[in-house]
Structures are given as structure tokens and as C-alpha cells.
Design a protein around this ligand. Structure first.
Ligand SMILES: [Ca+2]
Ligand SMILES: [Ca+2]
Ligand SMILES: [Ca+2]
Ligand SMILES: [Zn+2]
Length: 445
């Protein structure tokens, strides 16, 4: 018979105290020795809590003839948790939810269905779904049949499987804190009645025991024995192990992080980031070079970058908050502005708005010093060359104060309708513009 060699002296003293209340397990140990079945080697729990509040427990069991499952598992497909309110008949053996073999029971044991209302069951189910939503787990209340799965029985009384009335639930647990494939765990719903949140938290604790998680002396986590701190969720926190006081963890060290353990044992579902465009508003009228701002966050990781896409083409990327951009030069009219958040797991979420770019596009000669008689610099800064019809008054807001040559196009200069937006402008274009100015000056001199 193996015994654990990893508990601390204080933990061991506590376990010894528990053993006093654990005599009903002794016949089971003897029976197990006579069979080629699993053996209970330790028990961690409180069969008769002083405050009368039911606690769940775990039995440290060697599943004979099976290699210990690794602590880190690769899962292409989600792990299936079957939450079973219909009970069933369970026979002793290495745990196998597909065949109702359970290392916890010492003889054939029947658990009656839980007579729970549809709304009560819905409450329990949605709580368990939420409890494990960050991990690669599928929760179902329909028996998956002959496919690998874990079974969380939520029905019956502890007496149904030979345990005493103070027990709220029980799970097998391996002496090396590894995973028990296809494990069956129990949450005795009759003990809790309509305390659906507690039933959910107990179910979470029990199934987590089958993935090697110990009790935590930390009230906010479902692995705890503590009560009175509101609803519990798995905490990303290095919590001390223990029931009513701190003790060494069953396998490693003095603390346990339930989230990081479940991350490796269940696998993470990477939730996509969220994103919203905060500026401009959808449908806004904007002007050239308008500002764009977005906020992005990620519930289970970090935002790697926010990309700006306009009319289906990426134009910029920002890796640090705040996520802000200046729109590139665009033609007048409607444009689609899209922001895409990408998280550290490469999940992407996009959102988009439509904006309307107002007004006349920048005249192509904007920013070029005026030729001819008007000394006034062009009022509309820009980088374009002189327009080819120099001398015609542009009808746009920027104005063209080139001296008129009366070519008679009446200001219907093609640049007004757009097209200048696509022109690169820049230093080279400016130089060409200056050269043309020189030419004009020479002609007039
Ligand atoms: Ca089953
Ligand atoms: Ca994420
Ligand atoms: Ca930034
Ligand atoms: Zn427990």
C-alpha cells in the first residue's frame, strides 16, 4: 500500500486527524487490496465539518494498471465534461465515465436522479459553463456515450456511495497530482438543495481534483473550504494550499495557482480581443487628415497591435495604447474606416465605420509660392506642383492666386473634382513647381 511522502508535517498531522473520521474507508481499502482495482491511499477532506457546512473531499487513489496521465496534455479537440443530473449505477474500478467505473465506490452504487427544476438546472449549468469558459472544455448535460469524457454526477446523497452525510462531494486524486482520464466525480446535490451556486462551485472543485488540483486556503477560489466571500471563480493567484489553515500542497511547494494549472491541463481558449473606434463617430463628416482613435482590450491575454484599414487596405499599425492614427490623404466622399485588434494569440477582431470626407480637395498647386504679381503665399498649404492651367482661379476653398491668363475654362478645372488626392506631391513635385515659376518669371521679364 503506497502512502504519500509529500505532505508537510502540518499537513500530515491534519490528514491524520482526518483519518480518525475516515474509518468507513477502511473496509474499502481492504476490499481494494483483494481486487485488481484502484486503491485508496489517502483521504483529504472533512467528513463532519464543525460549522455544519458540507465540504467536498478527494480520495488519493492509485489507478492500478494504468500509467499516470501527464500533467500537461495536448488537446486538439475540447475536453468534454458531462454534467449528469440523472444519476446512474457505478461499479468499482479504474475511473471510466464511458462504462460507469468509479474508483470512489466500493460496490455497485446507485444514485437517483436529481429532481431539480428546469430553471434551477439551467442556473447550475450556466454557472459551470462560465466557470470553465476560458479553457478548452465543452460542457454538456447529454451523456456523450462511448467517447472520452469526464463525468460530474450532480445528484444524490453521500450515503449513496457509502460516505457520511457531511460530505458535499468527492473526486479521485492521484498521489502525483496528475490527470485521471475519464474520471467520475460526485457533487451530492441533495446536501445543498437549491443552493445552486454552491453546487456549481463544488462541481468545479471536484472535477479540478481529477486534474490534480489541491484545496486552497483562499476564499475566492472554488478550490477552497472557506465560505462567506461571495461567488467563487478560479483565481490567477498563488494561493496557499490547505483547508482551514495553510499547509504544504500535496505535490509541489506551498502554493497553487489554479488558473495556471488548468491552463496547462485543460488548454486555453484564446478569447479574441475587443475593439471599438472612439473617434470619429460612424457616419461623421470629416476633413482631410482627420484623427482616428480606437480602444482595444483582451480578456485573457494582451493586445499585440491595432491596425488601421481604409477602404479594405491596411494603412497603419499601432502596437501601444492609446491607439491613434491620422488618416492619409483621401478623396472627397465616403470611406470605410476599419480598426482591427490582434491579440498575443493572433486572434483578431475588426470593427468599422463609414465617414464622409467633406469639401474641396487640396488644389494641386497648394503650398507653392505664387508666381506672378501676387506676393501672397498660397493659403492652402500642400505639396503639389503648379496646376497645368496655372492662372485660372480654382473655385475651391484653397484658392489659386496665380495671375490669370484667361484660358477660359471658367474654373471647372479638373482638379476640383478630385484626383489630386492620389498625387504624391512631395519634395520632387515642389521642385518642379519652383522650376515652372522660374520659367514664368523669365517670360515676363
Ligand atoms: Ca457515464
Ligand atoms: Ca485573447
Ligand atoms: Ca499608440
Ligand atoms: Zn475537495
Amino acid at each position: 500500500m503506497q502512502t504519500s511522502s509529500t505532505t508537510s508535517s502540518s499537513g500530515r498531522a491534519w490528514l491524520a486527524a482526518m483519518a480518525l473520521g475516515c474509518t468507513l474507508l477502511a473496509p474499502k481499502l481492504a476490499a481494494a487490496d483483494d481486487q485488481a482495482g484502484p486503491r485508496v491511499v489517502d483521504f483529504v477532506g472533512d467528513l463532519a465539518p464543525a460549522d455544519g457546512h458540507p465540504r467536498s473531499s478527494y480520495m488519493v487513489i492509485d489507478q492500478l494498471g494504468l500509467e499516470a496521465a501527464p500533467g500537461v496534455m495536448e488537446h486538439a479537440a475540447p475536453i468534454i465534461f458531462y454534467i449528469n443530473k440523472n444519476g446512474g449505477t457505478y461499479s468499482p474500478g479504474n475511473d471510466d465515465a464511458r462504462t460507469n467505473r468509479s474508483s470512489i465506490v466500493s460496490g455497485p452504487s446507485t444514485i437517483a436522479p436529481w429532481n431539480v427544476s428546469a430553471s434551477g438546472w439551467s442556473t447550475v449549468k450556466s454557472c459551470i459553463v462560465s466557470m470553465f469558459s476560458r479553457w478548452n472544455v465543452t460542457i454538456t448535460d447529454v451523456d456523450p456515450g462511448n467517447v472520452p469524457h469526464y463525468e460530474i454526477v450532480i445528484a444524490g446523497r453521500p450515503q449513496d456511495i457509502g460516505m457520511q452525510s457531511g460530505v458535499g462531494g468527492v473526486s479521485p486524486f492521484t498521489s502525483n497530482c496528475s490527470v485521471i482520464p475519464n474520471s467520475i466525480v460526485y457533487t451530492f446535490a441533495t446536501v445543498y438543495g437549491s443552493a445552486y451556486q454552491e453546487i456549481c462551485e463544488t462541481a468545479a472543485q471536484e472535477i479540478a481534483h481529477s486534474f490534480g488540483l489541491d484545496h486552497e486556503n483562499y476564499c475566492k477560489d472554488p478550490m477552497t473550504y472557506q465560505t462567506g466571500c461571495g461567488s467563487k471563480t478560479f483565481q490567477d493567484y498563488n494561493a496557499p494550499c490547505g483547508e482551514y489553515s495553510n499547509r504544504a500542497c500535496y505535490c509541489n511547494g506551498n502554493t497553487q495557482n489554479s488558473v495556471s494549472m488548468l491552463n496547462t491541463r485543460l488548454g486555453i481558449v484564446n478569447a479574441p480581443p475587443s475593439i471599438s473606434i472612439t473617434q470619429p463617430s460612424n457616419g461623421a463628416s470629416v476633413t482631410q487628415g482627420f484623427a482616428i482613435a480606437a480602444t482595444a482590450s483582451d480578456s485573457n491575454g494582451s493586445v499585440a497591435r491595432v491596425e488601421l484599414w481604409i477602404d479594405g487596405a491596411q494603412v497603419a499599425s499601432d502596437t501601444t495604447a492609446p491607439y491613434t492614427f491620422t488618416a492619409p490623404t483621401l478623396s472627397a466622399g465616403s470611406h470605410t474606416v476599419e480598426a482591427r485588434a490582434v491579440d498575443n494569440g493572433d486572434a483578431m477582431t475588426a470593427t468599422s465605420i463609414t465617414v464622409s470626407l467633406q469639401g474641396t480637395p487640396t488644389p494641386p498647386d497648394a503650398g507653392v509660392p505664387d508666381a506672378g504679381t501676387s506676393p501672397t503665399p498660397d493659403a492652402n498649404p500642400g505639396t503639389g506642383p503648379l496646376d497645368p492651367d496655372a492662372g485660372v482661379q480654382d473655385p475651391g476653398a484653397g484658392g489659386d492666386d496665380d495671375p490669370g491668363n484667361g484660358n477660359g475654362n471658367g474654373g471647372t478645372d479638373g482638379y476640383v473634382a478630385g484626383g489630386c488626392a492620389a498625387q504624391g506631391g512631395g519634395a520632387g513635385a515642389t521642385l518642379i513647381g519652383l522650376a515652372l515659376i522660374g520659367l514664368l518669371r523669365r517670360r515676363r521679364s
